[in-house]
Design a protein around this ligand. Structure first.
Ligand code: ADP
Ligand code: MG
Ligand code: MG
Length: 540
């Protein structure tokens, strides 16, 4: 247990040191592909985009303090989480009940319902041509300051488009480099090389993709990245592409759903996914589809986009993620797993064939459960309000048709966040905004939301956040403004892992980590959504 005093962080920084660090950090970032595309001038441009300039990704100057024990614990738990979510994705009945459009959250949430109906139609037509699924996962955590100790608590588990692995590796390398080069290392006894854990996330994620490619078994097939038309985080993806080619001689092709509607087809006899493209004279086969799009409704501007997504699902290519694995990442699944007995059922030691090593899953169920905050469904009828309120009497508000789940959310609003079935940041409702939100939420939409207790992070930690953005002064086209702010911060740790799996078999590994840091004034996180910056850790 660490006795680190978070409110002493970071060590003193003179204005000269701040300037030297900012110069060193931004120069390092620009030299090492720690980059972002600037906001597009012409968002409707659908031509393949040839970039003319780039800015460094939003970043933190000084790494975030994180207790060594909790950091190690998060990494060690990742293998259990990898298997857990692989098994959830293979449990059709569980997903139908929790996420489906007949019994589950898909009734109330149109996007979830549409994805689920597409998957159901495919499996009922016996058109699932590929038994293997690939997941590139990221499990996110905050430190929870409870009863004088710090506990590791999970924010969410991502099964689709888990981003920022490669850029995080570069931020960790940047911190090691700039703290040495500016002599700032001497500013704190904590800033020593062995408190900076290694970060080799890129090769780990690439390994996951290459395992799927190998399992598919056609050497000169390509891997398809399905991307958003105006993606700014292209360099993060590009590092995976370089890794696949340089380490594994695997070619990548990037296409949007709109392009795939034109260029993708399925070979009727082999079910292979075939891409034709004007830039490639002969069509080629796709071994693996890596989705860096399709996680949000705005990726589907018309119904035909869903047809394209379902065509990809029907093909023999290995999907990262398949539709059931995408559904397994729903916030509702996270909540359903906390119900009595469910986790223990998924973590049975029976019936699993493992790669080279054996995991005692059952023994880890309690450790996994210990990373969870309280969660319940807003439409829940069986929340024990008296127990949840430590036996305080119910305040006796107008109750009418309001479910116990919603009533409890009202009563405990100040310590809660409400989450819908969405990814990508900016969708949650926090604390004092909850009561008014519940007033306006139609009863039939309650089922789409979960309530989760807020993780209360240690306070008093400060950070220096550096952002580059195009100048807002209208005429000054092309000028980049740099902002450095010192603010009180919250840092969120993410652990990456992959799992390649089919019924009865999972090959998986923990492959790396990231830290995103945000000002405490923002409830939300998310680098791409503009709330956070990329960071790394100093273990304390
Ligand atoms: P998304 O899938 O959109 O990223 P998250 O569940 O990660 O949704 O929520 C977004 C952000 O909201 C998180 O990065 C975190 O900063 C904050 N957040 C979410 N849940 C909690 C929680 N229980 N306690 C504290 N902060 C939370
Ligand atoms: Mg998140
Ligand atoms: Mg998410």
């Amino acid at each position: 247990m660490t006795s680190f005093n978070f409110s002493t962080w970071p060590p003193q920084l003179t204005p000269e040191q701040l300037e030297a660090l900012t110069l060193a950090a931004t120069t390092y970032a620009l030299s090492h592909g720690l980059l972002y595309l600037p906001p597009s001038q012409s968002p409707s441009n659908t031509q393949p985009r040839i970039p003319t300039n780039a800015i460094h990704a939003p970043l933190s100057l000084i790494p975030a303090p994180f207790p060594r024990a909790q950091f190690q614990a998060a990494r060690e738990l990742q293998s259990v989480y990898n298997v857990l979510y692989a098994r959830v994705a293979m449990d059709t009945q569980f997903l139908d009940t929790v996420m489906g459009a007949e019994e589950g959250v898909g009734k109330a949430d149109e996007f979830t319902g549409t994805l689920w109906r597409g998957w159901k139609r495919i499996r009922e037509h016996g058109a699932l041509a590929q038994p293997l699924h690939l997941g590139l996962f990221r499990s996110d955590y905050l430190l929870h300051a409870a009863e004088d100790r710090l506990a590791l608590k999970q924010v969410e588990f991502n099964t689709i488009s888990s981003s920022f692995g490669p850029l995080s590796e570069r931020v960790a390398a940047m911190h090691r480099n700039i703290l040495a080069s500016t002599s700032y290392f001497s500013a704190s006894p904590h800033l020593t090389a062995d408190n900076f854990p290694e970060n080799s996330t890129t090769s780990g994620l690439v390994e996951g993709l290459s395992k799927a490619h190998e399992a598919y078994g056609v050497r000169d097939a390509h891997i398809l990245f399905v991307v958003q038309p105006n993606e700014r985080n292209v360099f993060d993806q590009q590092w995976l592409e370089y890794g696949l080619l340089e380490r594994h001689q695997i070619h990548v092709v990037r296409q949007t759903l709109a392009e795939l509607a034109v260029f993708a087809s399925i070979d009727p006899s082999t079910h292979a996914l075939i891409l034709t493209s004007p830039t490639n004279s002969s069509p080629y086969e796709i071994s693996t589809i890596y989705f860096r799009a399709t996680y949000t409704p705005s990726d589907f501007p018309s119904p035909s986009y869903y047809d394209t997504r379902f065509l990809l699902e029907r093909s023999r290519a290995i999907k990262c993620p398949s539709l059931p694995l995408q559904l397994a990442g729903g916030k509702k699944v996270q909540e359903a797993l906390t119900r009595p007995g469910i986790l223990e059922r998924f973590l049975s030691n029976e019936g699993a064939k493992w790669g080279a090593r054996a995991l005692d899953l059952t023994a880890h169920a309690a450790d996994i459960r210990a990373t969870w905050m309280g969660m319940w469904a807003l439409d829940s009828e069986d929340v024990d309000i008296a127990a949840a309120l430590d036996h305080l009497p119910d305040s006796g508000q107008a109750q009418g048709s309001v479910s116990p789940g919603t009533r409890l959310a009202r009563l405990k609003a100040q310590s809660l966040v409400l989450k819908p079935q969405r990814e990508g940041g900016g969708n949650n409702v926090y604390r004092e905004a909850i009561p008014a939100f519940l007033e306006t939420l139609p009863a039939e939409e309650r089922e789409a939301w979960i309530a989760m207790e807020m993780i209360e992070t240690p306070r008093g930690v400060n950070g220096y956040l550096v952002r580059a953005s195009p100048s807002s002064s209208g005429t000054d086209n092309g000028t980049i403004e740099k902002k450095v702010v010192r603010v009180e911060v919250i840092s969120e740790l993410g652990i990456f892992g992959y799992a390649l799996f089919r019924e009865g078999e999972v090959e998986e590994r923990e492959v790396g980590w990231l830290v995103r840091t945000k000002g405490t004034e923002s409830n939300e996180g998310g680098v791409a959504a503009g709330f956070s910056v990329l960071d790394s850790v100093v273990l304390v």
